[in-house]
Design a binder for this molecule. Structure first.
Ligand code: AMP
Ligand code: MG
Length: 332
């Protein structure tokens, strides 16, 4: 089992407060609800003393997620992202503050990851259809690859506009939007005073507090046997995101075509099978899990080990587990 160093302290300090907490929780219980959204299942689990309060809090989370989805879904004509891809290469286009800020964050992540995270991957990436087993030809990739470069995206702040300096650029926030939606959900729960909860959307989860006396256990799927767990992480008050090459993929002529694109090649990254990141927010963990997946073990661990309060579990291309320096291995 893997134990986070700081977690032991968190668990001990929780034990000191458990008696006090339990006085206040008579009649309280866990509430859980799921919906299908953003191409995945989203789940909220929270501790509340009151069913109506729990239900209202859960509805707030799903409303926040619906809003993120409606703004950032790439293939629905009414979404702001769809309109950007349609028009931003013609002239600077005014966009909402919310999207502007997330786009700025995405560009910062490109700089941090040395271009491994790049929302313009979609300039080629939009041509993959994993359900229909379609991949762009080598010639198409060659012709469009130059459009994959976050430097083509020009953000101006007053007024807040976006402009693509290359007509072939398309952007997609699939590598960060679910994490952002989870953070928005957590914000809604905190605004309602919720102290113990988990919000999850696909591979992205964030936790408030502990699970009443225990840590939350988040499993990392075995990338080649999805009914198995490769590792289990006991976590308190953090965000955790996993990027895996098994989420959306097909195989053709022995090649695995999956949804995480190496911006350098325009093809699916061959550097990892799965990457899990633990960080303070889901937006950060989500963007980093995609980044480290593309970077692979050596560069990925170098990045993570240099960041404050970020941990990583990487399953490399051969299926071997690697941990960031702050994670302590314990065999039990
Ligand atoms: P995740 O599961 O968080 O790694 O997100 C995967 C999604 O991120 C894909 O479905 C794409 O929408 C998007 N994506 C793929 N490759 C990249 C990349 N190199 N940089 C940023 N986003 C990407
Ligand atoms: Mg991600």
């Amino acid at each position: 089992m893997v134990i986070l160093k700081g977690l032991k302290i968190a668990v001990i300090s929780w034990l000191l407060t458990v008696c006090f907490t339990s006085v206040n929780v008579i009649g309280a219980k866990w509430y859980q609800q799921k919906i299908n959204i953003m191409g995945t299942t989203a789940k909220v689990e929270l501790w509340s003393e009151n069913e109506t309060a729990a239900s209202m809090a859960i509805q707030d989370v799903f409303a926040a997620m619906e809003h993120v989805n409606a703004t950032m879904i790439p293939y629905i004509e009414t979404s702001e992202l769809y309109k950007i891809n349609k028009r931003a290469s013609q002239m600077p286009m005014k966009i909402s503050t919310e999207l502007f800020q997330l786009l700025e964050y995405a560009i910062d992540m490109s700089l941090l990851s040395n271009g491994a995270f790049d929302i313009t991957f979609s300039s080629v990436g939009y041509l993959y259809n994993y359900r229909e087993h379609v991949a762009p030809s080598a010639t198409t990739i060659k012709n469009l690859k130059n459009a994959i470069n976050y430097r083509w995206v020009k953000l101006e702040s007053s007024p807040q506009t976006i402009f693509f300096k290359n007509p072939n650029v398309k952007i997609d926030l699939g590598g960060i939007a679910k994490g952002y939606a989870v953070d928005e959900g957590i914000k809604a729960l905190k605004a309602r005073g919720i102290k113990h909860a988990l919000v999850n959307a696909g591979g992205d989860s964030r936790i408030i507090g502990d699970r009443m006396g225990r840590p939350w256990y988040i499993g990392i799927k075995h990338p080649r046997n999805l009914s198995k767990v490769a590792s289990k992480l006991p976590l308190v008050n953090v965000a955790v995101s996993t990027s895996g090459d098994y989420e959306r993929f097909f195989e053709k002529n022995g090649v695995r075509y999956h949804h995480i694109i190496d911006p350098k090649t325009g093809s699916s990254s061959k550097n990892s099978q799965s990457v899990t990141i633990i960080a303070d927010t889901s937006t950060y963990a989500d963007a980093l899990s995609t980044s480290v997946f593309v970077l692979g073990v050596e560069e990925g661990l170098k990045l993570v080990n240099g960041l404050d309060d970020v941990s990583a579990v990487i399953i490399d291309a051969q299926g071997k587990l690697h941990y960031s320096d702050d994670l302590v291995m314990q065999t039990q």
